[in-house]
Write a protein that binds this ligand. Structure first.
Ligand code: BEZ
Ligand code: FE
Length: 333
């Protein structure tokens, strides 16, 4: 008589036990739940879940969370998820205002003080930035205070990175990105993908950006109101700079003196990224650069780490910004 078919998946399972082998108690709750993940085959997933459980349980015990508060938190997270769609990522915003996005960014892009610091990507980057010529004016509607941006992309030893790609985007004079105002601002207003010259230099014309609020009409906005926080980000120009053989950097150039420079809603400001935008009152220079007189100016040099630098080897490889999950083409509504 042939053997009965064996269900290999079932027979491979261990004999059923309680999740962690020990009964659940208040004191031992984290250990019991963490033990339930002890056989997780992926060691990194096991490490992350075990740590998460320990921190979550410690937090619940620390504040002695009430059932009402727990229900409020579940409802908040539910509304946060319901607010998400193709153009609005409310969970990312929550991560931003809790400082988690900046912490992950900073941990994963340590520079050892040798290259330009990174900051959050934000939701307004376009995967396909419009290529522009050096010197082009990206302020397509001519609204705002004219500004000349100059800079040089180098390696850590000051070697110019010929042909580096400099992807920039910014809000307008009223604090809106083009994708937030379709039909109001021209498409691709205040965006450009520049190719640095033989000396790694880049320059373009634009306007001085203005501070603006992050989308605050959802649960994250409610959190900010309930905690007496404002939703504003200080004025900035976004940059993604890439060059072969070097680690890309996703960063901002912040306008010194902005009223929110010390209280960015998403904690994105790093001291090394703040620059003055002085006024130039020089008709000859204005004519030379193709701007009305007077105009503002700013210089922003970008230093990229080599991919074979120890700082890069010691960390996960940087993901090209256009592949990051935060990239959304469109307007948070
Ligand atoms: C931004 O700078 O575009 C941004 C960053 C984080 C949240 C919202 C906006
Ligand atoms: Fe921004």
């Amino acid at each position: 008589m042939p053997d009965a078919p064996i269900d290999t998946a079932l027979s491979a399972r261990p004999a059923p036990t309680r999740a962690g082998g020990e009964p659940f108690t208040e004191e031992g709750s984290a250990e019991v739940v963490a033990a339930s993940f002890a056989r997780t085959p992926d060691p990194r997933l096991r490490q992350v879940l075990t740590s998460l459980v320990h921190h979550l349980h410690a937090f619940v015990k620390d504040v002695e969370l009430t059932e009402e508060e727990w229900e409020t938190a579940i409802a908040f997270l539910t509304r946060t998820g319901q607010m998400c769609d193709d153009v609005r990522q409310e969970f990312m915003l929550l991560s931003d205002v809790l400082g988690v996005s900046m912490l992950v960014e900073t941990i994963n892009h340590r520079t050892g003080g040798t290259s330009t610091e990174s900051t959050v990507l934000g939701p307004f980057h376009m995967v396909e930035s419009p290529p522009r010529e050096l010197g082009d004016d990206i302020a397509l509607d001519g609204k705002g205070e004219p500004c000349l941006v100059t800079g040089q992309v180098t390696g850590p030893g000051g070697e110019p990175l010929t042909g580096a790609l400099v992807d920039v985007w910014q809000a307008d004079d009223d604090g809106f990105y083009d994708v937030q105002q379709p039909g109001v601002q021209p498409e691709r207003n205040l965006r450009g993908l520049f190719t640095a010259d033989d000396d790694g230099r880049f320059w373009f014309r634009t306007i001085v950006p203005r501070h603006y609020p992050i989308p605050d009409d959802g649960p994250v906005g409610e959190l900010l109101v309930a905690t007496g926080r404002h939703p504003n980000r200080p004025a900035h120009v976004h940059f993604i700079v890439t060059a072969p053989g070097h680690r890309p950097v996703t960063t901002h150039l912040f306008v010194d003196g902005d009223p929110y420079i010390d209280s960015d809603a998403v904690f994105g400001v790093k001291e090394s990224l703040v620059r003055e935008f002085p006024v130039v009152d020089d008709p000859a220079r204005a004519a030379e650069v193709g701007l009305p007189n007077p105009f503002r100016t700013v210089h922003f040099d970008v230093v990229l780490l080599r991919t074979d630098s120890p700082h890069v080897e010691a960390q996960p490889a940087a993901q090209p910004a256009h592949l990051q999950s935060t990239v959304v083409q469109g307007a948070p509504s």
